[in-house]
Design a protein around this ligand. Structure first.
Ligand code: ADP
Ligand code: MG
Length: 358
């Protein structure tokens, strides 16, 4: 748990200070997979380092299993860290690397060896104990670093962009692996990434950070479907933003675009009152039909023209112009079922429609 943790650094470019953490409060469930997500420089690493004990907060408190850890040095906290660059000892064998922490903790050699071998099995690397790190691939080194961090069963494992150095295919495979390992060992994982897809794929809960502040904490679905503000909506996935004026009256209302057209909207609990506002619509929520076809029940209907088509395999992305607005739309490519109705070309006149929700 972090309670109002603030940490400022002297600005390396000269005047003033940078608030790397600005009153950060978080409750991280024991045994869960928690992601800290945000753009570069938003304070993710500083947050991890404060939990690990490498940084002392200027104010606020860090608690692990309910106990304040202020003043406890990193080595004595029930926490281990996996760094992006692995930080393995090059002159030691893989097994010695994994055993290192146990040796420091004075675990008897035979016991240490058994546990190190177990950890290497957990990360699916049982036969490389005798090798040097330089004789392994990048993905294998990553696994050794994990085995080393898990071997003494910390309460919390901190992972700072651990997959950043791997190529895309390996990274996807490791995402599944990490999730499997976390479920197998039941240790709390706090995983830092700037990659929203990675956070969504792996975490049970995500904290979205920007400029030292936590903007939203929730499940991947909560954050994707109910972002608290424009930054979160923009950072997680892709979103169309339409500028206009909200005319609210209770749970429903109207949204007037700059070109005068009005759209029905359903207002969530956090929606603003009447006045200038931004309407956000995910590209996959929008359906397209030929102008001549009906769209079924109610909802929003906007006449539009297709300007660009990008075929992406699993789906197709369309860019549309509709009055003063531009829209990005994603339609799944479901094979033959769609027929001519499902495919559009630049210049086509279409109706973009969606069902509003809060
Ligand atoms: P992230 O991991 O999200 O990229 P960091 O926690 O590394 O972000 O950094 C947050 C902010 O604090 C950045 O503006 C960064 O430049 C600054 N910062 C981090 N560490 C230091 C430091 N040791 N000295 C000065 N500024 C720092
Ligand atoms: Mg970082």
């Amino acid at each position: 748990e972090l309670r109002e943790v603030t940490k400022a650094y002297a600005d390396p470019r000269g005047a003033g200070t940078v608030r790397a953490m600005d009153a950060v409060s978080l409750r991280i469930d024991e045994g869960g997979f928690f992601a800290l997500l945000g753009p570069s420089g938003c304070g993710k690493t500083t947050t991890l380092r404060s939990i690990a004990g490498f940084e002392q907060p200027d104010s606020g408190a860090v608690l692990i299993r309910g106990r304040p850890v202020q003043g406890i040095p990193p080595f004595h906290r029930p926490v281990n860290t996996v760094f992006q660059d692995y930080a393995l000892f090059p002159h030691m064998s893989v097994l010695q690397n994994v055993m290192f922490g146990l040796k420091m903790a004075k675990v008897p050699a035979r016991e240490a060896r058994r546990r190190a071998e177990e950890a290497l099995e957990l990360v699916h690397l049982p036969h490389v104990g005798a090798r040097r790190p330089s004789q392994l691939s990048g993905g294998q080194r990553q696994r050794v670093a994990l085995a080393r961090a898990l071997v003494n069963r910390p309460a919390v494992l901190l992972l700072d962009e651990p997959l950043g150095a791997l190529d895309l295919k390996l990274r996807k495979a490791m995402q599944f692996e990490l999730k499997r390992m976390q479920q197998q060992v039941g240790i709390t994982f706090v995983f830092v990434t700037h990659d929203q897809e990675e956070a969504m794929a792996m975490a049970d809960h995500i904290a979205v950070m920007d400029r030292g502040r936590v903007l939203q904490v929730g499940t991947p679905a909560e954050i994707y479907e109910h972002p608290v503000n424009r930054f979160v909506a923009d950072f997680i996935g892709e979103t169309n933003f339409l500028e206009g004026t909200l005319e609210a009256s209770g749970p429903v209302g109207h949204f007037r675009l700059a070109d005068g057209r009005t759209l029905p909207v359903v207002l969530g609990a956090a929606a603003p009152t009447s006045g200038p506002a931004t309407l956000a619509v995910r590209p996959e929520r929008i359906r397209l039909t030929r102008a001549t076809h009906g769209t079924g029940a109610g909802g929003v209907r906007l006449a539009a023209r297709v300007t660009e088509v990008h075929y992406l395999g699993t789906d197709t992305r369309y860019h549309l112009v509709s009055g003063s607005a531009t829209l990005s739309v994603r339609q799944p490519n479901t094979g033959g079922q769609l027929g001519a109705e499902g495919r559009f070309a630049p210049g086509d006149e279409v109706v973009a429609w969606w069902q509003p929700d809060g």
